[in-house]
Ligand binder design. Structure first.
Ligand SMILES: [Zn+2]
Length: 327
């Protein structure tokens, strides 16, 4: 007779018992599907580096969000991808009355009201002619001169009805600047999801094609976090919370699960992860070649985010995961 008393395998013998004791679970309400909005009508162009994801004009976006809603995706995150002719040194088309994202928010809220949560990315890089995330003076991004512009952009989205504005620029003080302007304009109920911990990551490669936002020179290392740093993430998150952030985010997700866990343990606020384009495209490319089991890999990644402590999963895999019955 064996002297083993504790046998973890007892709870692994069949799928139902494994499901019974599973620690990390995914609910479709946690999923946020990102969208890339372009000018025009009835436009839907595949983004070649991100199979399954399209550039869409507002009308097509509304129908996509409608079919996603039937699948159970109730939150979206919008990125504007304007034509080059709309770009300028300060990115002013980002907060125009007829800005792409403003039109998209208006159309989605008219169609779906409070049945969906509309989140909007707030950063200038898709709207500036130099592709940097702020106002450039000499060879630097002027942090403080950028803040009022970001606040104007967030205000335009909030006025159109966005539930959540999501600053991704990594300028110091931007959450506070946005909160202050929204409150002044009687938009105290608009929430801020801050890209608090956004690393200067090579995983954003495919997104640059999607958002046409690559800087014409230089890189983003003067404002995004150094990939070698972990403690600094706590400082970034703490500052954003002091300035009024409602939801924190870690971006990218997969290579930064230690940081997700750190934030989970340090703060009580909801925590989002952004499962970014490069993470998505790597899975897609390997699956296309038959090198991995796509379903198993996607589920493993999504559960890893939950295990690390994320509450909100921003992922390009959301639609497929639900459409194919993976979740
Ligand atoms: Zn940017």
């Amino acid at each position: 007779m064996s002297d083993l008393i504790t046998r973890p395998r007892r709870l692994r013998h069949h799928p139902v018992i494994r499901d019974l004791v599973a620690e990390a679970r995914i609910d479709r309400d946690m999923l946020v599907q990102p969208h890339f909005v372009v000018p025009g009508s009835w436009v839907s162009h595949p983004i070649s580096a991100m199979p399954g994801i399209d550039h869409q004009s507002v009308d097509r976006l509304v129908s996509t969000v409608g079919s996603d809603l039937e699948l159970g995706i109730r939150s979206v995150l919008l990125f504007g991808v304007p034509d080059d002719s709309e770009k300028s040194p300060d990115g002013r088309s980002a907060w125009a009355d007829d800005a792409l994202v403003v039109n998209a928010v208006t159309a989605l809220k008219r169609e779906f009201g409070d049945h969906i949560v509309v989140m909007t990315d707030v950063c200038l890089c898709a709207y500036t002619d130099h592709g940097h995330c702020g106002v450039v003076r000499g060879d630097r991004i002027d942090n403080d001169a950028t803040l009022p512009l970001l606040a104007q952009m967030a205000l335009a989205h909030a006025k159109a009805g966005a539930d959540v504005v999501a600053p991704s620029d990594m300028m110091d003080g931007r959450v506070g600047a946005i909160r202050e302007l929204l409150d002044e304009e009687d938009l105290a109920d608009t929430a801020i999801m801050s890209y608090s911990v956004k690393y200067a990551s090579a995983y954003y490669g495919p997104f640059r094609e999607a958002a046409h936002s690559a800087p014409s020179s230089g890189d983003r290392r003067s404002h995004q976090m150094d990939v070698r740093n972990r403690r600094e993430a706590l400082l970034e998150a703490e500052l954003d919370l002091e300035e009024g952030a409602d939801i924190l985010m870690v971006k990218p997700a997969l290579a930064y699960l230690d940081v997700v866990r750190d934030l989970r343990e340090a703060f009580t606020q909801p925590l989002a992860v952004y499962n970014v384009s490069g993470e998505y495209s790597m899975v897609k490319a390997a699956a296309e070649r038959g090198w991995v089991d796509e379903r198993a890999l996607v589920l493993e990644n999504l559960h890893a985010f939950r295990r690390a402590g994320a509450d909100i999963l921003i992922t390009y895999h959301g639609r497929q995961a639900l459409a194919e019955g993976w979740l």
